[in-house]
Design a protein around this ligand. Structure first.
Ligand SMILES: *[C@@H]1O[C@H](CO)[C@@H](O)[C@H](O)[C@H]1NC(C)=O
Ligand SMILES: *[C@@H]1O[C@H](CO)[C@@H](O)[C@H](O)[C@H]1NC(C)=O
Length: 291
């Protein structure tokens, strides 16, 4: 048995599990997972799982340093910029409109559906753009439940995560095997801002080019495409709050971002008064290759 700093692991789990969290269900699988990973014991004196790769104290010093909040905000902005889809949560109207095919019992219930997004704010002309502040561009389908609910007045949030990168990320926590729970996720709150239709000048072509780079298939249902199977429109999510779970609480930050910093970050650098000169291009997510 190789003993590697048992305290950080325990603190991490405790911190993680005690974070006030509205969807308790998302914590439960982790708790179960953690019990297995840590030998099925809930005894606070438990030992760490056996590992063939003992982590030296030098590695520990490195891995156990929590990034600053600003660095975490850069990571989250990078995560959003690299994400081409995310789960948008909305609420079914109550009562449902008579024309709706959904069962009456889902009225008022939340529904999370994965939608296409892309980091295309920078492709918009200056008078429409939010200056590359990270507000994601959304290709909205009028027929989709997400957008019907929003049209009926629902609030929304968007969740993106780095969980598809488990195999690249490797062990991100001393003593644990590769762990999804250790990988970052961010939930953005805000509202959907419908972009003008038609977009002025060359804006439509520029936005389409950017979006189709992220989603070649979406070419078929871009707004105004002749023969498109579904009516669509361009929108953007204007972010007003952002909640971050960087991973385990003692090696990553967990909590609400400073929205001034969130909005002030650019790909390269940030607006005056925010940050330390870095932009989201200057950080890497777990398992990403360095520049
Ligand atoms: C949406 O959220 C705002 C607060 O941001 C609240 O005032 C409003 O009542 C909410 N709308 C619905 C339909 O729940
Ligand atoms: C948010 O960040 C800005 C810019 O760094 C700073 O001026 C402000 O005090 C921060 N707000 C809070 C509540 O920390």
């Amino acid at each position: 048995m190789v003993l590697v700093h048992s305290t950080p692991v325990l603190t991490g789990l405790v911190t993680f599990l005690s974070v006030p969290w509205t969807t308790a269900a998302s914590v439960i699988p982790f708790a179960e997972h953690a019990q297995v990973a840590l030998g099925g014991s809930s005894d606070p004196s438990l030992e760490l799982p056996q590992t063939n790769h003992p982590i030296s104290s030098e590695d520990n010093a490195d891995i156990l340093t929590r990034p600053s909040w600003f660095t975490s905000t850069l990571m989250a902005r990078r995560l959003l910029a690299l994400s081409t889809s995310g789960v948008i949560s909305t609420i079914f109207p109550d009562p449902l409109p008579p024309s709706d095919h959904a069962p009456a019992s889902v009225a008022g219930l939340p529904v999370g559906l994965r939608e296409y997004i892309a980091d295309c704010d920078g492709a918009l002309p200056a008078e429409l753009s939010h200056g590359g502040n990270g507000d994601p561009t959304v290709l909205a389908l009028r027929v989709g439940s997400t957008f019907k609910n929003i049209a009926a007045g629902s609030n929304l949030s968007l969740q993106v995560d780095w969980w598809d990168h488990l195999s690249d990320a490797g062990p991100v926590y001393p003593g644990l095997p590769p762990s999804l729970a250790a990988l970052p996720r961010v939930t953005l709150f805000g509202y959907l801002d419908t972009l003008p239709s038609p977009l002025p000048g060359d804006a439509a072509a520029a936005l389409e080019k950017c979006f189709v780079e992220a989603h070649p298939d979406s070419k078929v249902w871009l707004p105004g495409t002749p023969g498109s199977p579904h009516a669509s429109f361009w929108a953007r999510l204007v972010v007003t709050q952002a909640y971050w779970i960087g991973g385990f609480g003692d090696v990553q930050q967990i909590g609400w971002f400073n929205v001034t910093e969130w909005k002030g970050i650019r790909r390269h650098g940030s607006v005056p008064g925010v940050g330390d000169g870095r932009g989201w291009e200057d950080v890497r997510l777990p398992g990403e290759k360095e520049k």
